[in-house]
Design a protein around this ligand. Structure first.
Ligand code: CO
Length: 194
């Protein structure tokens, strides 16, 4: 089945993703598909749980364009030594059309693995640090709207309500399973890779 971006308030977006214990050809293919989907969707980052996979992996490219800039597949990321703080506008492929200011550290130390199993150990700054922190938030079930101030997020309420109504109506007609079934579907991925 082709991967698809899931939208707020899909419950997998609130799931705490599991560390990956093994990488195989299927998972490498999934990472490639995630990159393609990210470029098609005009995003700069995409976390595995945004395509309904409960695993600690994300892809990113700060240029958002295939063939330009640097492409990242990041597995089991750990953030250390956050420094500074900076506010900038963020959006999210799972919360289409909505944007808001989020304060994040200016620089971080990232420990992780790439898709080949090579360790990544790097100081990351600026826009790339923001992308990585946004994606790592996803892996912990956190969305950028959770990090906005109360007043700013209240301005997004009509848009969020619309997404909620759309999702719940799909569940009520049966075209999307209920929350419990959606979460139960994740266990096969956890069993295979985590
Ligand atoms: Co996002």
């Amino acid at each position: 089945m082709p991967l698809e971006v899931i939208y707020y308030p899909h419950p997998t977006l609130r799931y705490t993703s599991k560390p990956i214990k093994r990488v195989d050809a299927d998972l490498r293919r999934i990472a490639d598909e995630m990159l393609d989907l990210m470029y098609e969707s005009r995003g700069v980052g995409l976390a595995a749980n945004q395509v309904d996979l409960p695993l600690r992996m994300f892809v990113a490219n700060p240029t958002g364009e295939k063939g330009s800039g640097e492409e990242f597949v990041v597995i089991n990321p750990v953030v250390e030594r956050p420094k500074g703080s900076e506010s900038a506008e963020e959006g999210c492929l799972s919360i289409p059309g909505l944007h808001g200011e989020v304060i994040r550290p200016k620089s971080i130390r990232l420990s992780a693995y790439d898709i080949k199993g090579n360790p990544i150990d790097a100081t990351v700054e600026g826009f790339l640090a923001r992308i990585f922190l946004h994606e790592i938030d996803h892996l912990n079930g956190t969305l950028f709207i959770d990090r906005m101030n109360e007043h700013a997020v209240s301005e997004l309420a009509p848009g969020l309500d619309e997404l909620e109504t759309d999702f719940r109506s799909k569940q009520s007609t049966g075209s999307v399973p209920g929350d419990d079934a959606l979460i139960a579907n994740l266990s096969k991925w956890v069993d295979k890779y985590a």
